[in-house]
Design a protein around this ligand. Structure first.
Ligand code: UGA
Length: 443
């Protein structure tokens, strides 16, 4: 089938590649010429395991193309996906300008019935706005055409996006058009073998489903971080508590890892945007506000532990930081906890030696050159001349550090572990002072 995807960001690129991989003919269109030229030369602007070879293979097979020519792209696709960004406005609501610009572009160029599919994370009611934007362009052109606007939210996780896309646990289709639903079913048939994964619903429910999923996951994390904070005060170990509750299938093992707070481009933005939508509809979403507030203070928790250990003075201290990305297997630092921590350390007069396997370029871009930051090539290099180590992202390579090396490298022999990768008893036995999240009395 012929598919057009607007936006070669994370969602557009992964979705386009996966649709091409199963045999569809895909054109991805973006307004960024440099990016499109790069993509046509095989340069992938993001780090995502498996994406580069998939783009390459499908480009070579002629099933995947990149262009800045919207008219050509619209002439190609019978299904037109909108997968452009919805960054937060100043008040936390999703900024729809890019989505609506694409809608108007579609309205200016379509010349046959199409299905327009919203894949961007958009507030409930956006499909109606997209429909109106397309209609107004058609009216201006004095053209009458049948088209429908469906919602098909994505549930990709960065770092595992190809797998999520190729083997989805559900495919949500929001539409009131039998024809659109049928087309989407055919498009997704290669991903829907063995058992039914497609869930069909009305457009507004599909739009809300996306926010509900992310808000639920963010809620689980903030809940566990709150339990960890209680554990630190009552002298309990949250890791035991986690094992004690995760075995209940109603609670489950996923997303109950306490840590230095959630980051990324989705949870922080989506929780805020949903709360904002609720307020626009005269509902005070107190739980969502609390999820957000707990997370914001959790991002400051590592610094709180550090301050406590150093009795409020870290001036002149050097901290080795392991992990800058908001989670492993990505170079993405949007809303990452590391950013909060580094800002706090610098404000308190400390120096940072940071290592991240993928996010160094991104970090250099965000922080620029400064005397109190060294971006190191290896984890061991970050320890050189450091007083203490802080683990911020749970990259696999940080999981079993050599404790005698740690002890001799760190002048103060102290580790602050924002992802609970180490065992307190082992650290103690190695003569290292250890502070994890929610691991016994530390406050
Ligand atoms: C999230 C959702 O998991 C995807 O299903 C969704 O499609 C995506 O947002 C989106 O809306 O596009 P992502 O932001 O890539 O995916 O990252 P997650 O793996 O969900 O992690 C988010 C944050 O939560 C990370 O900072 C991670 O460290 C933190 N986290 C996760 C915890 O602190 N504890 C946990 O138990 C799990």
């Amino acid at each position: 089938m012929k598919v057009t995807i607007f936006g070669t960001g994370y969602v557009g690129l992964v979705t386009g590649s996966c649709l091409a991989e199963v045999g569809h003919e895909v054109i991805c269109v973006d307004i960024d010429e440099v990016k499109v030229q790069g993509l046509n030369r095989g340069m992938i602007p993001i780090y995502e395991p498996g994406l580069q070879p998939m783009v390459k293979a499908n480009r070579e097979a002629g099933r995947l193309r990149f262009t800045t020519d919207a008219a050509e792209a619209i002439a190609h696709g019978e299904t037109l996906f909108i997968a452009v960004g919805t960054p937060p406005d100043e008040d936390g609501s999703a900024d729809l300008q890019y989505v609506l610009t694409v809608a108007r572009t579609i309205g200016r160029h379509i010349d046959r019935p199409v299905v327009v599919v919203n894949k961007s994370t958009v507030p409930v009611g956006t499909a109606d706005q997209v429909r109106v934007a397309i209609e107004s362009e058609l009216t201006a052109r004095q053209v009458e055409l049948q088209f429908s606007v469906a919602s098909n939210p994505e549930f990709l996780k960065e770092g595992d996006a190809i797998n999520d896309c190729m083997r989805p646990d559900r495919i949500v289709i929001g539409s009131d058009s039998a024809e659109a639903i049928d087309r989407m079913r055919r498009l997704y048939a290669p991903f829907n073998r063995n058992h039914e994964r497609i869930v069909v619903m009305d457009v507004r429910s599909a739009e809300l489903t996306k926010y509900a999923a992310n808000a639920m996951l963010a809620t689980k994390i903030s809940f566990m971080n709150e339990m960890a904070n209680i554990a630190e005060r009552v002298g309990a170990d949250i890791e035991h508590v986690r094992q004690g509750i995760g075995s209940d299938p109603r609670i489950g093992w996923h997303f109950i890892y306490p840590g230095a707070g959630y980051g990324g481009s989705c949870f922080p933005k989506d929780v805020q945007a949903l709360a904002r939508t609720a307020r626009q509809h005269h509902y005070d979403a107190r739980l969502l506000d609390a999820v957000e507030a707990v997370n914001e203070s959790q991002k400051e928790h590592l610094f709180e532990l550090i301050q406590r250990h150093y009795s409020g003075s870290v001036t002149g201290k050097t901290f080795a930081i392991w992990g800058l990305a908001f989670k492993p297997n990505t170079d993405d630092m949007r809303a990452a906890s590391s950013r909060t921590l580094l800002r706090q350390l610098w404000a308190a007069g400390a120096t940072v030696r940071a290592f991240d396997p993928e996010a160094r370029t991104e970090a250099a871009h965000i922080f620029g050159t400064r005397d109190d930051l060294t971006l190191c090539e290896t984890a061991a290099d970050a320890l050189q001349g450091a007083d203490a180590l802080v683990v911020v992202t749970e990259w696999k390579q940080f999981r079993s550090p050599d404790l005698s090396t740690l002890k001799s490298a760190l002048a103060d022999a102290v580790v602050f572990d924002g992802r609970n990768l180490c065992e307190p008893a082992e650290m103690e036995a190695a003569g290292i002072a250890y502070f994890g999240i929610g691991r016994g009395r530390s406050l």
